[in-house]
Ligand binder design. Structure first.
Ligand code: GLN
Length: 308
């Protein structure tokens, strides 16, 4: 008989991975994130047939950081034709840290994919070109997808990142030098930092990203978020590039499309079944949540889930 999901099972998974806390490191290059307690641990699941499960700190909000890169791509997909996006950003894994400049110079300012910083900055540059108020628009979309009207930016985190933005600014300026960045660098960086500073809980993330498990449809919305084909494309990008230089290791251990953030969150998708969100702030060397990956590995093994 198939293993059934319930909150007790999720509690047991969290208890199993809790001993890993202490082996990773909370992100400290954004000073406002360095003060987050490393012992937070949460998991939430939303299923396409309307079930919600959660355990641990699943209802506490944290900085979603690079998980927001999926949301900005979705918004770009709604406002640009396919070829307009993919002539400015690639679809291949980078095998490099998320904030690397190395390949950008070699590849004429075209980022490898939309989930490394360079790629997400190009996507934010696109949004600046077609949205009249990109920050307000993003809030509206996240609030609509999550069903929570009080989701907001963390001004302290956004400010902290702006104060330590040399590398992201360098990435944007390098792309500008190649003609792949059209708007004011400071304005676009500010939008990007705000998107990264969105505060959401595991339970809100699982609901928000459920459309990626359901061919682009969110259960509570009448019109689709993206098309079934775009959903397939986004999941493919998450599977190949969502976990940076550890995408292969993650595919091996977990086997699902996923996107991490340096706040310690990870969203993973089981196509046609569910969206899963985990949170544990301590990171591994690639900037992915250490205990979060372990929790996803246990869960997928128990349930027998993998896209491979
Ligand atoms: N805001 C972070 C940065 O730009 C996001 C990185 C991440 O979550 N991997 O460096």
């Amino acid at each position: 008989m198939a293993t059934v999901i319930n909150n007790t099972m999720l509690d047991a998974i969290l208890a199993d991975v809790r001993p890993l806390i202490g082996r990773g490191k909370v992100a400290d290059y954004i000073p406002a994130l360095a003060c987050i307690p490393g012992n937070k641990l949460g998991i939430a699941i939303s299923t396409v047939d309307g079930q919600h499960y959660s355990a641990g700190d699943a209802h506490e909000r944290f900085s979603i950081q690079s998980i927001s890169k999926v949301l900005s791509l979705i918004v770009a997909m709604n406002h640009y034709k396919e070829e307009e996006i993919w002539q400015r950003v690639g679809k291949d894994p980078s095998g490099q840290p998320f904030n690397s400049l190395l390949q950008l110079e070699m590849e004429q300012g075209i980022p490898r994919n939309p989930f490394i910083n360079a790629g997400a900055l190009v996507v934010c540059d696109m949004l600046q070109g077609r949205l009249s108020a990109p920050r307000q628009r993003m809030l509206e979309i996240v609030r609509k997808l999550s069903g929570k009207t009080d989701i907001s930016y963390d001004a302290v985190v956004a400010r902290s990142e702006l104060d330590h933005s040399a590398r992201n600014a360098a990435i944007a300026w390098l792309m500008k030098s190649f003609g792949n960045f059209h708007h004011d660098v400071a304005t676009v960086l500010q939008n990007y930092f705000h998107y990264c500073s969105l505060k959401m809980s595991c339970s809100e993330l699982a609901r928000t990203f459920l459309f990626l498990a359901d061919r682009g449809r969110a259960p509570h919305l009448t019109s689709p978020v993206i098309t079934p084909l775009q959903t397939r494309q986004v999941n493919a990008l998450m599977a190949t590039s969502g976990m940076y230089q550890n995408a292969g290791e993650f595919a091996w251990r977990v086997g699902l499309p996923a996107k991490s953030g340096v706040g310690g969150g990870i969203v993973a998708i089981v196509p046609q079944e569910m969206a899963i969100a985990v949170w544990s702030p301590e990171l591994d060397d690639a900037g992915n949540s250490l205990a979060g990956i372990a929790a996803l590995e246990k869960l997928t093994r128990q349930l027998g889930y993998s896209v491979y």
